[in-house]
Design a protein around this ligand. Structure first.
Ligand SMILES: NC(=O)CC[C@H](N)C(=O)O
Length: 331
């Protein structure tokens, strides 16, 4: 019998490594408690699909991820992806910012080997805990050749999602991760069932490479709402951000009183990226605001937190608004 594929599990914390006081605690518990060795030892079924080894990279709740964490993790994933004895990589992660890390890896790790980011909504100590099956699914997808070249993937709730498209959409239920474009496929009992493939550039086809990125530029987000003011916009400008994402209302609309502040930022060289607080759809260029005239960029279908990731990665190289917009269309 041929040797099983080797999958490395990089553990970063989150609820999938969480523990609560009682089995009834599905929502009240401490994240990032269980070490990776214990996580893997508790799931001997993994041996049916792969030879698994674990590394504890961090042990944190994902809302505390910083750019430094992203860089450290991506460098490790990149190094492992170049090892001939590694067939796939799984990252266990808190669900709160899982979609940001998955998209970051999708943009900067140059490999066709499967990379799967996984989390859970309930700690392993809870009734109907979802982490064990999610992790089993992640390892089995990472071990399969048909998952290669599809970009960074996310497995929760039996679904295989694109790390680019997926977002956390519910903060309690186990079917928390959704994409308006739908999952790529499903994973059931260690077998993948594919229905679509990503068309945006990713991983091996990316112009970005973590091996060449030393640091990430400051990119922040301001939220649009009724009675909008410019306090946040002005403060981020003073703080020296390289780009500011405006999470606008509707189709990325911007309050009249906020437009001059954003234009002043742009005049100072800051990239202004018009996103939307509406979860689905996509922002149309030159609708709601004259982007060509203001030299602004639209975030396409990326939610503000994903637009921030792409803007940081893009601005590791010099960009004018035109080249930045090209990147937002392509990735
Ligand atoms: N379900 C979760 O993983 C949330 C736990 C925690 N807030 C985190 O993101 O790490």
């Amino acid at each position: 019998q041929a040797a099983k594929p080797h999958v490395v599990v990089l553990a970063t914390g989150g609820t999938i490594a969480g523990a609560g006081a009682s089995a009834a605690n599905s929502a009240t518990y401490s994240a990032a408690k269980v070490p990776v060795d214990k996580l893997l030892a508790g799931l001997p079924e993994l041996g049916q699909v792969a030879r698994v080894s674990g590394e504890q990279v961090f042990q944190i709740a994902s809302e505390s991820f910083t750019n430094e964490h992203l860089l450290t993790l991506a460098r490790r994933v990149s190094a492992l992806s170049k090892q001939a004895d590694v067939n796939g990589i799984v990252i266990t992660h808190g669900t709160d910012t899982l979609e940001e890390t998955a998209y970051f890896l999708n943009l900067v790790v140059r490999t066709t080997k499967p990379i799967v980011v996984v989390g859970s909504m309930r700690p392993g100590t809870a009734l109907s805990a979802d982490g064990a099956l999610n992790l089993y699914d992640a390892v089995s997808v990472a071990a399969s050749q048909d998952a290669a070249g599809k970009g960074v993937l996310v497995t929760l709730n039996d679904e295989i999602q694109s790390g680019r498209d997926v977002s956390k959409t519910v903060n309690i239920k186990t079917e928390a991760f959704k994409s308006q474009w739908g999952p790529l496929g499903m994973v059931v009992e260690g077998r993948n069932y594919w229905f679509r493939a990503p068309v945006k550039r990713h991983t091996s086809a990316s112009e970005f490479n973590i091996d060449e990125i030393q640091s990430l530029p400051a990119v922040d987000i301001v939220y649009g709402y009724g009675n909008m003011n410019t306090t946040g916009i002005d403060a981020y400008g003073k703080a020296g951000v390289k780009a500011l994402i405006h999470a606008g209302t509707g189709n990325g609309s911007v309050a009249a009183q906020a437009v001059p502040a954003l234009r002043a930022l742009r005049a100072n060289g800051v990239q202004v990226i018009r996103g939307a607080r509406v979860p689905d759809g996509f922002v149309l260029r030159n609708a709601e605001q004259p982007d060509d005239q203001y030299d602004w960029v639209v975030a396409h279908d990326l939610r503000p937190q994903k637009a921030r990731i792409l803007a940081m990665v893009a601005l590791t190289k010099p960009q004018d608004a035109k080249s930045l917009q090209r990147i937002f269309w392509e990735y």
